[in-house]
Write a protein that binds this ligand. Structure first.
Ligand code: CA
Length: 220
């Protein structure tokens, strides 16, 4: 099948890391520190971090949002690509995970660009909307609890400027979205959002097999 995507085995993955966009020392150290954690699978891959970092630079992003921060790897990659006056509002509910994130943001010299909001993300997004920040963000990354994905997507679209990009993570959900035997709450939520975005005339969208699947949607 000529339309297929290359299967990225360990050897190719290692080559991508070695020969692709350089990863900062701090990002590599954070990735290594996160790896032994039971929830490490929640971290974005180095390739995805590199892609998001490139995208944020390419778009000249100044104001960014992140829904779901975990130990801070994706936020670090985004913040490294922001200008010095740029700002990333990072939403998470875990003090434990984000304390590790803060440590590495400090170490990487990007802590001043990140505003961590430790409360349910929907509350943070709603308060930004009520502070009249609608249409003022260039980029949003959604990577939190899947049953609330639609809530995050709708709020982020409100907050994005025209031409701004929302990136939605885990849209392939290790393939479960494409397997009708899986009908748990998270799978159903992602499947429904994928269907909605496909025909959403408010955005120009593409779904890519990066990491666990990444949808990019530009606000029209
Ligand atoms: Ca994820």
């Amino acid at each position: 099948m000529s339309s297929s995507t290359i299967v990225v085995d360990d050897r190719i993955d290692a080559y991508l890391l070695k020969q692709g966009r350089p990863e900062s020392e701090t990002a590599a150290a954070l990735r290594e520190a996160t790896a032994p954690m039971p929830a490490a699978v929640m971290q974005v891959s180095p390739l995805q971090g590199a892609f998001m970092s490139w995208l944020v630079g390419f778009m000249n992003v100044e104001n960014a949002l992140e829904v779901g921060t975990f130990t801070g790897y994706s936020a670090l990659c985004v913040a490294e690509a922001l200008p010095d006056h740029g700002k990333l509002i990072a939403c998470d509910v875990s003090e434990e995970w984000t304390s590790m994130a803060r440590e590495y943001w400090e170490r990487g010299g990007v802590a001043h660009k990140i505003d961590l909001q430790l409360r349910p993300a929907a509350e943070t997004l709603d308060s930004l909307i009520s502070e009249e920040r609608e249409g003022s963000f260039d980029f949003a990354f959604i990577d939190a609890d899947k049953p609330n994905y639609d809530v995050y997507y709708e709020r982020c679209l409100q907050l994005l400027r025209v031409g701004g990009v929302v990136a939605v993570d885990n849209v392939l959900w290790t393939g479960r979205v494409a397997d009708e035997r899986f009908n748990d709450e998270s799978t159903l939520a992602i499947r429904a959002l994928n269907k909605k975005i496909q025909n959403d005339d408010r955005v120009n969208n593409v779904m890519l097999p990066i990491g666990d699947g990444l949808t990019l949607a530009t606000r029209l």
